[in-house]
Design a protein around this ligand. Sequence first.
Ligand code: NAD
Length: 395
Amino acid sequence: MIIAPKTRGFICTTAHPEGCAANVQAQIDYVKSQPALTDGPKKVLVIGSSTGYGLASRIVPAFGNGAATIGVFFEKPGTERKTGSAGWYNSVAFEAAAKEAGLYAKSFNGDAFSNDMKAEVIETIKADLGEVDCIVYSLASPRRTDPTDGETYKSVLKPIGAPYSQKNLNTDTGEVDSVSIEPCTEEEIAQTVKVMGGEDWELWLNALNEAGVLADGFTTVAYSYIGPELTFPIYTNGTIGKAKEHLEGSAAAMNEKFGAGTAFVSVNKALVTQASSAIPVVPLYISLLYKVMKEAGNHEGCIEQIQRLFTDHLANGGEPTLDEKKRIRIDDWEMQESIQSAVGDAWEKITTENLSELSDFSGYKTEFLKLFGFGLEGVDYEADTDPERLLPSQS
Ligand code: NAD
């Protein structure tokens, strides 16, 4: 099959196996080009390991520290006639590269929120690794079925208390228009917290603890975002912000339960991922941010961010540096005064007409397509390719 991108708004319904493999390989190559980690985790469980920040969180300990990794994700395998999802092909490529490097890697495709998935992963840890010493929680999901009551909750991206109007980018047409979003209900806040808060993170850690598979001195980390004031109503002060607040509460509860310095929330940079491209206003902010940070010479992608997370905070014998709310801040470069004021100035001026001059929208589009394995150097997109791929650990 010849596979080309088919985009609809913020989704691409096709993915390219060789392109995704090239994307994964580029991240592996980056990690290998960095100094190896010392004293880092050796047996790592990544929940949400197939794309974005979670994929990078699997690659860094594996290729920077020789760690065994178990990955959990919810992806669509390809069939003879239909392409799989990018996260599926990423995971196939990751496992193949890990196997070639002599590294243990197993992956689980299914619902991380379920009890069955937790039990299955724990059985594998017991059988293969005995224990895990680092658990990265990097899920981004629009819904969650709570295994205790069987109810399905939905997360929404809405402001709280008042409508929100802001400039917005139509990423299909390249038009800068505006968006107005009505405030959420109390019920929508509760549902978003159920999906994107820390409840399931804690359920995972409790299940691992009860099964006796947490190594002495283990650490766990989940990801959050803060960003600039202009997105506060839709992010930090909106429904998703409430869920992230809950995530911080879960970290505090786990530090209480398992000992101080076990659970961390890391605040990461705004980056093009499948999850962030669905948030109103954010793609325009990211396009401006990329331009400013590339010019300043401190632009990072997921892999550079997570390399820095492990190098400066989770490995190399040091303690994580925390802010006043006990969070790791790898969004520090994004939030620098000079970066934010340059983005803020451009935000005031940005229109459809000056979009390509003031922003890095072309970089945004390139990154977006790369998420699905398109536009990578050295990949022959005219060649016939087999969309049906097996995870090496399955075959
Ligand atoms: P992403 O969409 O790239 O990845 C989400 C992952 O979750 C994928 O591996 C997917 O398969 C998995 N997943 C979703 N539902 C699942 C389910 N039911 N069971 C198993 N796996 C499931 O997202 P991302 O942008 O990398 O986000 C990861 C985390 O990082 C989120 O907490 C997000 O809020 C946070 N974060 C993202 C940004 C950003 O700009 N992208 C910035 C800071 C923090």
